[in-house]
Ligand binder design. Structure first.
Ligand code: PLP
Length: 376
């Protein structure tokens, strides 16, 4: 059976060039990067080259880039350090953040008691920047704002430049979970508006289990994982040399003709929206339709309830179409996600997320729509 993969926001298939780079490094650089002999130095050089490459793509300094095990670890490192070491007493966030942010905040509140403020969101997940300004103006306590760049379920983009300016003007720290946008949208951290940023290689066709943490020079973080002095003391443990090199290679490949690729995927998303409107008009689109407001890789649909809808994901899978029920954590699960609930849309249908990459075609979308017609 020809399997069609439309779950790229859960994990985007690795580029063959990335696999080649990693295989070459696993063969040619077997040493521990902390060792001072030839093999160790070779492995260390691969890491530092990757760090420089990632820093250049993000408009950062190499000294501000750290490699982690993924977006989850990067988010945990910042949030825990903010409360446990930096003296942050208030965190402002939104109920639509990824569970690696929300569950960490819940843990911190239970164990350390910082004030956590959840900004209200509208039916598409937008926050009101004025509300953020008001919250920041209402207290002199040290505050961190943690708001994601693109929502992983709906694709909604938060206006991170504006949020960064508000944080700067109020002397607040700003963390953004950019796991869904790094590699897809251009990002320039040189403006200094963002204090911390999290990214994850497997969302931009790199390896699973490798992440990026950007830490602005003036706000160093303490390690969450303690041990050796790897990653300049910010993250102990022998480095995943091949994974790190694969991360940089994937980011460079994404950055090459970035706008051309983005336009191709935008075209696919537009085609999907048009075809759905024509062939399945009862399906509601949850993702914002305004391209300025939505990441082009994600399209979240609300499928009307029927006696078949509880089997929908399974039936799509049987047809060879891989999609998800919201996020990867909710793939195949019957529960409605916290994001859909926060949007006030729980109970009015079943969410289904199609997420696209360069590797998809219009034929993939046609096949998904044919399968949907059969199974809703
Ligand atoms: N943040 C967002 C927005 C995500 O979509 C994900 C993964 O789904 C993560 C964080 C976690 O990243 P990782 O899988 O690298 O731990």
């Amino acid at each position: 059976m020809n399997h069609i993969y439309l779950d790229n926001a859960a994990s985007a298939p690795m580029f063959p060039e990335v696999i080649r780079t990693m295989t070459e490094i696993m063969t040619s650089a077997p040493g521990n990067p902390s060792s001072t002999h030839f093999q160790g130095r070779t492995a260390r050089a691969k890491i530092e080259k990757a760090r420089k490459e990632v820093a250049e793509h993000l408009g950062a300094d190499s000294s501000e880039i750290f490699f982690t095990s993924g977006g989850t670890e990067s988010n945990n490192t910042v949030l825990r350090d903010a409360v446990e070491q930096m003296g942050v007493a208030r965190i402002i966030t939104a109920p639509t953040e990824h569970s690696s942010v929300l569950n960490t905040l819940e843990y911190l509140q239970r164990t350390r008691g910082p004030e956590i403020i959840y900004l209200p969101v509208d039916h598409q997940g937008r926050i009101d920047p004025e509300e953020l300004k008001n919250e920041l103006g209402g207290s002199k306590q040290k505050t961190l704002v943690s708001l994601m760049h693109a929502n992983n379920e709906t694709g909604l983009l938060h206006p991170i430049k504006k949020i960064g300016e508000i944080c700067r003007d109020s002397n607040a720290l700003f963390h953004t979970d950019a796991v869904q946008t790094v590699g897809h949208l251009p990002l320039d951290l040189s403006s200094g508006l963002i204090t911390f940023l999290s990214a994850s290689a497997h969302k931009f066709h790199g390896p699973k289990g490798t992440g990026i943490l950007y830490v602005r020079k003036d706000h160093p973080v303490e390690p969450m994982i303690r041990g050796g002095n790897q990653e300049k003391g910010v993250r102990a443990g022998t480095e995943n040399v091949a994974g790190i090199a694969g991360t940089a290679r994937a980011l460079s490949l994404c950055a090459d003709k970035l706008e051309e690729k983005a336009n191709y995927i935008r075209g696919l998303r537009k085609y999907a929206i048009e075809q759905l409107g024509r062939m399945l008009p009862d399906i509601e689109i949850i993702s914002p339709l305004n391209p300025e407001e939505s990441l082009f890789t994600i399209l979240n649909l609300q499928i009307p309830e029927s006696d078949k809808s509880s089997q929908l994901l399974m039936n799509m899978d049987i047809e060879g179409i891989s999609v998800s029920g919201g996020s990867a954590c909710h793939s195949g699960a019957e529960t409605v996600s916290h994001v859909i609930t926060a949007l006030g849309r729980a109970g009015s249908g079943r969410p289904l997320r199609i997420s696209l990459s360069m590797m998809n075609t219009r034929e993939d979308i046609d096949a998904a729509i044919t399968a949907l017609q059969k199974h809703i």
